[in-house]
Design a protein around this ligand. Structure first.
Ligand code: SAM
Length: 288
């Protein structure tokens, strides 16, 4: 809070802005991450569309912004959206979400799509986004990444989403909650015991932490220390296998209740290692 007030002038004349939508990113925890341009725009628009006026109200107060707010989310009726779009045709209107970048697992998609179709200008004021902040801390490869929002709550749906994206050669990024983290880690451990997984928690806040390890190790840690707060869950690419993985140990475990062929297939899928090589090794292990 102190940082915000020292960086942002107490008052400054609102700028004259062109009509249209201004998609404004806001902090994901630390108010000091609000950008100077975001404050400028929020002070200068004639209306701020937001998910929750109480949440956005706190940010506006900290930044000395007095602009009128209106509640908006993608469940708003067609007529509310149309009215907002018509307002933005004649005046500058900001769209913010509770935290971070609007539209990223947050409202705004329909509004932006329909505004563009209606020929209303849309511009963006970029800033914090938890997915990107988590990725930069994880130590996982970041040359290719795939953000897939929240994992489904139901076990079957979650496993099928993990399997669907699991073969993509990229770091996978999901949003997660404390109460569901252990179940998601268990599903990951089951599918890919060898993949590196990263949990980034409470980013930019007092208790920020980021742990990168095998899913089984993370399960051990978070069973002992139940995770609180907001979480980004990331899974390293299949080719980026944890060096600690012991294919022999995995094969032995699999051979306990499946055929050589099935065990080789399962461990190849879990680790990205060559199936033929694993098959030959499984035959040896079976004979021992
Ligand atoms: N639009 C936001 C963004 O740009 O990151 C995300 C909104 S989504 C509804 C909220 C989810 O983002 C949380 O459940 C959590 O998974 C993640 N998240 C938001 N803030 C976070 C933070 N400070 N640390 C870790 N994860 C965070």
């Amino acid at each position: 809070m102190a940082l915000v007030s020292t960086l942002i002038p107490e008052s400054c004349e609102p700028k004259s802005l062109e009509p249209g939508f201004y998609i404004v990113a806001t902090p994901i925890g630390n108010l000091g991450d609000v950008t100077i341009r975001a404050v400028d725009v929020l002070r200068s628009v004639s209306l701020i569309a937001c998910e929750d006026t109480r949440v956005t109200g706190k940010l506006l107060k900290a930044c000395n912004v007095k602009t009128r707010m209106q509640r908006y989310d993608d469940h708003a009726s067609e007529s509310v959206r149309k009215r907002l779009i018509e307002t933005a045709r004649g005046e500058p209107v900001a769209l913010v979400s509770d935290a971070g970048t609007p539209l990223v697992s947050d409202p705004g998609y329909r509004l932006v799509r329909e505004a563009r179709e209606a020929g209303v200008s849309v511009t963006t004021i970029p800033g914090a986004c938890a997915a990107i902040a988590g990725l930069t801390l994880s130590g996982l490869p970041n040359d290719r990444f795939l953000f897939a929002g929240f994992l489904p709550v139901k076990e079957k749906a979650r496993a099928s989403v993990l399997e669907e994206f699991g073969s993509v050669e990229a770091t996978l990024i999901f949003y997660e909650t404390g109460p569901r983290l252990l179940r998601s880690l268990a599903a990951i451990a089951d599918l890919w015991p060898g993949r590196e997984v990263s949990v980034a928690r409470e980013l930019t806040k007092l208790h920020e932490e980021c742990r990168t390890d095998a899913a089984s190790e993370l399960i051990e840690h978070y069973t002992a220390h139940p995770p609180k707060g907001e979480i980004v869950l990331m899974i390293g690419p299949l080719t980026h296998i944890d060096k600690a993985v012991d294919p022999d140990a995995l094969l032995k475990e699999a051979l306990a209740d499946m055929s050589v062929s099935k065990a080789a297939g399962k461990i190849a899928k879990a680790t990205g290692l060559d199936r033929q090589t694993l098959y030959a090794r499984a035959v040896e292990l079976k004979g021992q």
